[in-house]
Design a protein around this ligand. Structure first.
Ligand code: MG
Length: 343
């Protein structure tokens, strides 16, 4: 007698990891509003017992302010779930110089609080002989602050930038970010700063350390910071199409910023992972298939909805990346033109 055949439920993407780390803008919220499905998804993950961290390059706001914003959006969150680039920079400085070291502070409340929390002594003048300079974004930045930083660095102070994002999105348009102010200081000194934020290691490592995670997944909307940061520290990643980057950036990604998984939004963690299978020049992902022939990539049919469009994009992406790695020219536009259901 044989046992009845049983079908085990497909494992969810998140089941392969012991923690989920989220970038914020473009993944959890878009400025003041929540990304659709984000709050429901995060709360469902919380109920499953998934450990979570919210990871931001934004050094301006202290963790409590970020957590308050998340709670307003309906996401259950405490201050200690939030890790900022200012905290990662402060950790780096305390590891190097010990608590009680004097640090010249450039930036707002996020920087000031991170230094205090780490036991460092913030000063405002190069004449206070700081061991280091920490430079993060603050709304009251003035030339005199940049001058003090430049003078302290020329006198030998160690220079850490919270992040080097060159621009910052606002509801009125793109404005200069902390990276622009870092570049201004750089024109006057002969060294480069150590950078704490994504895509560099300190922020990613601080988050992993705090969560005690061994095999986390990073969820991000930018390939050049989030996914590149995950690649730098050897972490798996989920690239979501709810924010800054889309299909064009994914297809153009070099091997230093290729995600492990893709999804429409962070709710993809609660679906089975998208598996691909190859048969020579044909790649399938779920019910969608892409074929490379005669220098072009085509889909076998048009996706019926957004999830199928992501399946199709993932299949097309495999063919494009393989062609690029083999230095072959391939035109994905016949397939990409059918991905109209993507956000
Ligand atoms: Mg983002």
């Amino acid at each position: 007698m044989t046992a009845n055949p049983t079908t085990a439920p497909a494992a969810l993407l998140v089941d392969g990891y012991d923690a989920a780390l989220f970038d914020l803008d473009g993944v959890v919220y878009l400025g003041p509003i929540a990304v659709p499905h984000a709050a429901v998804g995060i709360n469902a993950l919380r109920r499953r017992g998934v450990r979570m961290g919210f990871v931001t390059n934004n050094a301006a706001r202290p963790p409590a302010a970020v957590a308050e914003h998340l709670v307003e959006l309906g996401i259950s969150c405490t201050d200690s779930d939030v890790v900022t680039s200012a905290q990662a920079a402060a950790r780096l400085l305390v590891d190097r110089f010990g608590s009680g070291a004097k640090v010249l502070m450039i930036g707002g409340a996020g920087v000031v609080e991170a230094l205090q929390e780490a036991g460092l002594v913030g000063v405002r003048s190069a004449d206070d002989n700081p061991a280091a300079v920490i430079q993060g974004w603050g709304k009251d930045l003035a030339w005199e602050h940049l001058n003090e930083a430049a003078i302290a660095i020329q006198r030998g102070a160690y220079w850490v930038a919270t992040n080097t994002d060159t621009t910052r999105p606002t509801d009125r348009g793109i404005v200069p970010g902390n990276g622009a102010a870092v570049t201004a200081v750089r024109t006057a000194v002969d060294v480069d700063p150590e950078v704490a934020g994504k895509p560099y290691r300190p922020l990613m490592e601080e988050t992993v350390h705090r969560l005690g995670a061994r095999h986390p997944i990073f969820v991000g909307d930018r390939l050049d910071t989030d996914i590149a940061g995950a690649v730098t520290v050897g972490m798996d990643s989920l690239f979501v199409l709810s924010g800054a980057h889309g299909a064009a950036e994914l297809l153009a990604a070099g091997d230093d910023c290729r995600p492990t998984h893709i999804g429409l939004h962070l709710g993809a963690l609660l679906n089975p992972p998208r598996e691909v299978s190859w048969l020579v020049n044909r790649v399938t992902c779920n019910t969608m298939a892409a074929v490379a022939a005669h220098g072009q990539i085509r889909l076998e049919r048009k996706p019926a909805d957004a999830e199928e469009a992501v399946d199709a994009l993932w299949a097309v992406t495999q063919l494009v990346w393989q062609a690029r790695d083999r230095r072959c020219l391939i035109d994905p536009s016949p397939a990409v033109e059918l991905l109209t259901a993507l956000p």
